[in-house]
Design a protein around this ligand. Structure first.
Ligand code: TYM
Length: 328
């Protein structure tokens, strides 16, 4: 069975953008693949984090949310990145086979490093850790949103380079990008992507937001003064983003969603329909999350996942270690 792998970084709370670009694809594909979904906690410290306890809380929250969203431990292996020592070990080897020029071209590095004064080396090498996450398990496909595509392509390049140099060590992974919802935009500034770590929470809908907060955010979502609904990402980015959210969450094909709304003149009525779909998506997730977070079930699942992931990862690392000439 082919392997599917992805992760969502606990550097903020999960958003409907993460749901649309990441989790939803897992829901769609989990039965067809041997699926691995992990919490990349080591990636969170690539930018300064004020509170280590909060990272630990989020790791648990993310794992519970994976389950609450309907990802099934029968099909998925869930684990925490830092519990797999071979990821670190492989990262070092891959770093020695990745060029400074390649990492300097990463758009996420460029935009994140601009926002900081003292940029940590880890922010620069972040994509190599991500490549190790992916190729350590011989992952065939990696479902991500558009913002992570470049990193998955780098993982491909590194895998190919390692294979050319040392023989067939790694499966070369492919990104899978959702047709709809691979880049959900910020509600207050629909030219930017919706982000977990945005300073203005009005632009972002979190999976655990209350219905009254969601209503406030959708009602205040930036639109325009044209007075008619139409899909045009350049001229009407706010409206187009809301149509995309509706299509992605309801599973309606994009053209059907566009036809459904085009020509409506009352933005309030349009927003009401979008709001209803968000409520319908999040209600069962939040109810399940409440149940799960009161039990220790997630620990059992994460223990099993860690053991399975470690077994595969340590075997692969051993092959790589020998191939590059380490040890006796
Ligand atoms: P992260 O945590 O930023 O995002 C998690 C997933 O959500 C997608 N995403 C979005 N999709 C649509 N619209 C948006 N506004 C939006 N924002 C985020 C992301 O593309 C991603 O699929 N480095 C990764 C985590 C990671 C990883 C990996 C992923 C570490 N190792 C190995 C895949 C494979 C990250 O920070 O994603």
């Amino acid at each position: 069975m082919k392997r599917l792998l992805s992760g969502l970084q606990p550097s903020g709370e999960l958003t409907i953008g993460n749901y649309c670009g990441g989790i939803r694809q897992f829901l769609q594909y989990q039965k067809e693949y041997d699926s691995f979904l992990f919490v990349p906690d080591m990636h969170t410290i690539t930018v300064p984090q004020a509170n280590p306890e909060l990272i630990r809380e989020r790791i648990r929250r993310f794992a519970n949310l994976y389950l609450a969203c309907g990802l099934d431990p029968q099909n998925c292996t869930f684990y925490i990145q830092s519990e797999i020592p071979a990821v670190n070990q492989l990262t070092w080897i891959l770093e020695c086979h990745t060029y400074m020029g390649e990492l300097s071209r990463m758009t996420q590095y460029k935009s994140k490093s601009e926002k900081q004064t003292n940029v940590g080396c880890g922010l620069f090498t972040y994509p190599v850790l991500m490549a190790a996450d992916i190729i350590l398990y011989d992952s065939n496909v990696v479902p991500v949103g558009i913002d992570q595509k470049q990193h998955v392509e780098l993982a491909r390049d590194i895998a190919v380079r390692m294979n050319n140099r040392y023989g067939d060590l790694f499966v070369v992974p492919e990104p899978i990008i959702a047709k709809v919802g691979a880049k959900i935009k910020d509600l207050q500034d629909p030219t930017k992507k919706m982000s977990k770590s945005n300073e203005d929470p009005m632009g972002t809908i979190f999976l655990l937001d209350s219905e009254s907060d969601i209503k406030k955010k959708i009602n205040r979502a930036v639109t325009d003064n044209d007075g008619y609904v139409a899909f045009d990402e350049e001229k009407k980015p706010g409206i187009s983003n809301l149509i995309t959210i509706y299509a992605a969450l309801s599973g309606t094909p994009m053209q059907e969603a566009i036809d459904h709304f085009t020509g409506m003149t009352r933005y309030g009525d349009f927003k009401k329909e979008v709001l209803e779909v968000i409520y319908e998506t999040l209600r069962p997730i939040q109810a399940e999350y409440q149940k799960l977070s009161q039990s220790d079930y997630v620990d059992t699942i994460l223990d099993q996942g860690r053991d399975r992931a470690n077994e595969i990862a340590s075997k692969k690392y051993d092959l790589v270690r020998k191939a590059v000439g380490f040890g006796r």
